[in-house]
Design a protein around this ligand. Sequence first.
Ligand code: SDX
Length: 393
Amino acid sequence: LTGYITIDSGYKNTGSTTSAITFLDGEEGILRYRGYPIEQLAEQASFLEVAYLLIYGELPTQSELEQFENSITKHTLVHEDMKQFFEAYPAKAHPMGVLASMICSLSSFYPESLDPNRSNDAKNLTIHRLLAKLPTLAAWSYKNSMRHPFNYPNNEYDYVKNFMHMMFSLPSEKYEVNPVVVSALNKLLILHADHEQNCSTSTVRIVGSSQANLYATISSGIAALWGPLHGGANQAVIEMLEKIHNDGGDVDKWVAKAKDKDDPFRLMGFGHRVYKNFDPRATIIKKACDDVLQAMNIHDPLLDIAKKLEKYALEDEYFKARNLYPNVDFYSGIIYKAIGIPTDMFTVMFALGRLPGWIAQWKEMTENGEPIGRPRQIYTGYTTRDYVAIDKR
Ligand code: SDX
């Protein structure tokens, strides 16, 4: 080996790239997309406006936004042949697995996406198709699991309303999307849109660096996000809160389990690799949680349990010593549950939000001409040894 190799397991102190997309300050709890604070974007922007900002670098003018929205609306339909894929999936298949394979198979329908030297227009067509079709495929994976008829996109609706329509409309009854739900989902999608070099985004960058097509690259991001330590945490949080609730709601007992050195119970939705005082997204989502439940006149006992758990983060030495406090996944599931999203679709909601961030990071990596990712290692196995015939082993 020429020179020396340093190992940084989990890349806790390793930078993989330079980027102009998202800025995080872990100490101060700051998150900005292209310089705009998420607090302002979450309150004032639409999700597609933020998607445009992340991918193309500037807030769109009115006409740029309309062009972007129209282009996406035009591609919300999914090829009828995709239904055959769905029929092959058992109803119990997890939507993240269905989605990862559906998205990857889209390249079969759009050969221009396979050409690494495709034109800018072809690249934007692939980007707009992804933004347009992920909600349709997500809703269809839910309808497939319910064995309900699929809903086609209604291009009169905006992005979020269309998704809710495709998820919950039934031919047999009228479905009206609640504006409170649309506003809460718009905010949640914005808050999940990008987060610099997290696990799934780093996966997207390294898979994209091999010049794999963008559909396959995004499919790898969906797979990475599925893990319970990453985007799968929002589903794990609700399962944890329900476990505590069904066990009588004794929060102290479960916190003691989390401190049990021999068999620690991991408090899902707590802690973060970068944020060391609080996750600014959790602060906004917690407020949105109160607003949505109040507007929908829902009292969810899981929210009371969540708030009791959060109190530990502020007061308990074990929590403070380990910077354990709610992260983005802690309260989001309570909102998804309140608006009728099934638990196994929570991480799909995270993927819908993170899609523009993955695309923006892939676009930046490819346009910067970054080399294929290929880390080295320190070898710790056997030195050389000779083959032994099987009858001599
Ligand atoms: C996301 O990177 C991103 O930006 C991700 C994300 C994004 O937007 O892309 O923000 C989204 O993934 C948020 C995180 C969702 N995951 C969870 O909520 C799962 C629970 N949290 C953890 O597993 C953990 O906190 C991580 C994965 C989030 C961070 O892991 P680290 O930085 O590797 O920290 P660690 O596992 O080394 O823990 C440090 C200490 C350990 O204690 P000691 O062994 O030193 O005594 O804190 C403890 C851990 O045991 N600890 C926890 C804990 N998280 C860390 N103890 C109990 N419950 C927890 N949740």
